[in-house]
Design a protein around this ligand. Sequence first.
Ligand code: GLU
Length: 283
Amino acid sequence: MRFRTRFAPSPTGPLHLGHAYSAILAHDMARAAGGDFLLRIDDIDQSRARPAWEAQIYTDLAWLGLTWDAPPRRQSDHLPAYRAPIDRLGQMGLIYPCRCSRRDIREAANAPQEGGEPLTGPDGLVYPGTCRHRAMAAMGPGDAIRLDMAKAMARHDTTRGFDETGPAHLGHHPIPAAAMIATIGDVVLARPAMGASYHLSVAVDDAAQAITHVIRGQDLFAATPIHVLLQGLLGMPTPQYHHHRLIRDEQGKRLAKRDDARAIHSYRADGAAPQDIRRMVGL
Ligand code: GLU
């Protein structure tokens, strides 16, 4: 199968050295394999996405010398594509509407009778299950949609896991039901103002772009089992994964979008060349 990977930035701030590393690595791996490098604009959260940041993404990547092999896929151009998978999970009886605010969840998770520290997973606090009994037919306009993790795992094909080629977790990873339920829990699949959550959209988009290799930061490794579970439930192929090291500042802290000093456009304005950026991220 032809190697096909993607870089999927969210246009919510400037691309920094960490993004440069991720994009160049994916691009170079695709070129070395004689495959495709695609671009996706993860702008499903329209409250945070800005056209100016999207334009800056194209400028920065082109300046770095990267080329992509198809027009970029913008999530906001495909909002109906996220509806059918949600309906399908609904027909399988795996989802429910949730009206809890973040505060409700914090309070329920902290309730003294629960005992111990509330657990935080890749989707935030593990949801305490307050709305789990609610039927989709009773969904209100301000409700989110959650996946019932215990029911979903009961439908999971246990032979489906994922292969990781990144340095920190090299090897095959199964999707263990007990850990998914206890440490990840009922993840959000859709929010009222957003057609789909990150987890649902990444599964749908990777399948729509026929991605064979997902190359992205180590910070997303813990979320990968959620994506693989959704792929299985929705009859989609599971790509290979490569989670790369993160670029950190001198204090060892991960770079963030607000770190404008390390933005690619700032280095460029200071006279850096694309080769300098490659060198700075160790490529
Ligand atoms: N849009 C996500 C981010 O900027 C990356 C999604 C992915 O690579 O799966 O963190």
